[in-house]
Design a protein around this ligand. Structure first.
Ligand code: 9PG
Length: 520
């Protein structure tokens, strides 16, 4: 345990090796920078009050680092920072894996789950200390890959799982004259989560689908979640021993989605690794050159693995195997991934929650205080608070919307999301051609063709060509529920914690989707 006293005359930057580290601050800071564990987990500057425990807890393994779900102190993964009233920032960031930072009164504490790591302590202007940390990480994990981000049409945020071969072919035809580089097929093509083969909605098979995309002059993109499996999948039923268990021998939950319980693949099991490699090679052989690998956090969840190595080291080894098997010429977008252990192994990273066709859902944000769940405000908040990562990896802020059909975002909200895409240099949409009127389609075309000059003015303000874009107002956190609202919040949290309630929710969403699909 290393202890340091921090004061104005401390060096602007130092690196210390320790398993745990305490920095005594001269007085209480005004704000704390919380950095969430994986893509969807909240990153934000907050005051020093505890945040409500995010609900429902059944989703903790899928949305945050479950080990710290109930930690009342301001805290975050790998890095934390405090801002003093004079505007100066003190950052404490690990250059290793599985580290956590807490603020305990006037003590800023860093601790490693296993072994020790190097810690960067940087003091000064907010942007400078974060870019110092990014530079340290680049040295440790490798620099940003130099390939430009493609312009992507992705099937998720319009058709969700309701995709089928015919509908996709029709959609691709409708996109023919728009300048996309990649047409990416998202969730909905596979037999099951774990069984990555074409389902009955894709009777011509996956190679035919990739061929069809490539015949339009674009690259073919595919979504997979290779590190999780549904209980009912063949993969899980046949290979119980490939999945992570807890101390009592029970399977570790990797969350609950699609109305089903998810489990985590043990990425240190040699047979599971062999299967993962073969899967990546299969997908490349089908002809997909852009891979969106999702729900990757499962590789780093706490639990017992074949090789008794620390969870995030296990994950990083697994990710290396995936990367090698897919080949360095594939464009690899990581999603739902623990952030720091993924650096240097992927081309792009999702750095925020999913967007949605809605700005903010009252139930999710105010009652459940779930800021990791899909919603455009959640996506913008966390992405903007993670933009310091852009010197290390291509950030993906998720798709932008241009349509008014099936979308309740107003013009200002849509523009903010489009501007965030321009700032990140990662342009994607899921809008269906038949949903866009002439003006919206023109807007989308201009967006795809636009290569604006982007300059950062302050942490949340950017100049995009001649325009000044301020993301600040979108970053506010919801108020915490009090009085009657708090009672309603507990009830809602209790209800949402039941698999059957989530299953019903999932079924309702599917029915709504089928209606939308029929109207196409
Ligand atoms: C496909 C989707 C899309 C999307 C991914 C991921 O916290 N959550 O409840 C949660 C659910 C789904 C999710 C993200 C978070 O979406 O980010 O782009 O590919 O999977 O199922």
């Amino acid at each position: 345990m290393t202890t340091l006293d921090f004061n104005e005359s401390s060096p602007a930057q130092q690196i210390i090796s320790a398993s745990s580290l305490t920095i005594n601050l001269p007085h209480s800071p005004g704000r704390y920078y919380r950095h969430g564990w994986q893509s969807w987990s909240l990153a934000a500057w907050t005051d020093l009050h505890p945040l409500p425990v995010q609900k429902p807890s059944i989703l903790h393994p899928m949305q945050i680092d479950p080990l710290y779900a109930r930690e009342p102190r301001p805290h975050g993964s790998w890095v934390g920072a405090v801002a003093f009233d004079d505007g100066k920032t003190l950052l404490l960031g690990s250059l290793g894996l599985d580290a956590h930072v807490f603020l305990d009164g006037t003590k800023l504490e860093g601790s490693c789950e296993s072994g020790e790591s190097e810690w960067l302590i940087a003091y000064g202007d907010e942007r400078t200390v974060f870019s110092d940390y990014a530079a340290g990480l680049a040295q440790r994990f490798g620099p940003k890959t130099d390939r430009p981000a493609p312009r992507i049409w992705c099937s998720w945020y319009s058709l969700y799982t309701a995709i089928d071969e015919k509908l996709l072919y029709r959609t691709f035809d409708g996109l023919a004259d728009l300048p996309f580089d990649v047409l990416q097929v998202d969730d909905g093509w596979q037999v099951s989560i774990g069984d990555w083969e074409a389902n009955s909605k894709f009777p011509s098979g996956m190679k035919a689908l990739a061929d069809r995309i490539k015949s339009t002059g674009r690259k073919a993109g595919l979504w997979l979640a290779p590190l999780i499996a549904a209980r009912s999948s063949k993969l899980f039923r046949r290979h119980h021993d490939w999945f992570v268990r807890d101390e009592r021998g029970h399977f570790v939950s990797a969350g609950f989605n699609w109305g089903v319980q998810l489990y985590a693949l043990d990425v240190t099991n040699p047979e599971a690794l062999g299967w993962l490699s073969a899967l990546m090679k299969q997908v490349r052989a089908w002809g997909f050159d852009y891979l969106k690998l999702d729900f990757l956090y499962a590789g780093a969840l706490p639990g017992r693995r074949f090789a008794g190595i620390p969870r995030e080291a296990a994950y990083r080894q697994g990710l290396k195997v995936l990367r090698e098997a897919m080949g360095s010429d594939a464009y690899f977008l990581a999603c739902g991934m623990p952030v720091i252990p993924s650096l240097g192994l992927c081309d792009a990273m999702r750095i925020g929650a999913d967007v949605s066709a809605e700005w903010e859902n009252e139930r999710d944000s105010r009652l459940l205080y779930n800021l990791a769940i899909p919603g455009t405000k959640n996506a913008i908040r966390t992405t903007v608070n993670r933009l310091w990562l852009r010197s290390l990896v291509q950030p993906d802020p998720d798709v932008a919307y241009f349509r008014s059909r099936e979308c309740s975002l107003n013009a200002e909200q849509k523009s903010l999301l489009q501007d965030l895409a321009l700032v990140c240099g990662f342009k994607a949409t899921s809008d269906l051609p038949q949903w866009l009127d002439a003006a919206e389609r023109q807007n989308l075309r201009l967006f795809l063709e636009n290569k604006p000059k982007v300059k950062q003015i302050s942490p949340n303000v950017f100049q995009v060509d001649e325009r000044v874009v301020d993301f600040g107002p979108a970053l506010a956190l919801p108020e915490t529920p009090e009085g009657l609202n708090a009672i309603q919040a507990s009830l809602m949290g209790w209800l949402a914690n039941h698999g059957w309630a989530l299953k019903i929710n999932d079924m309702l969403e599917k029915t709504a989707l089928e209606k939308i699909k029929k109207a196409l």
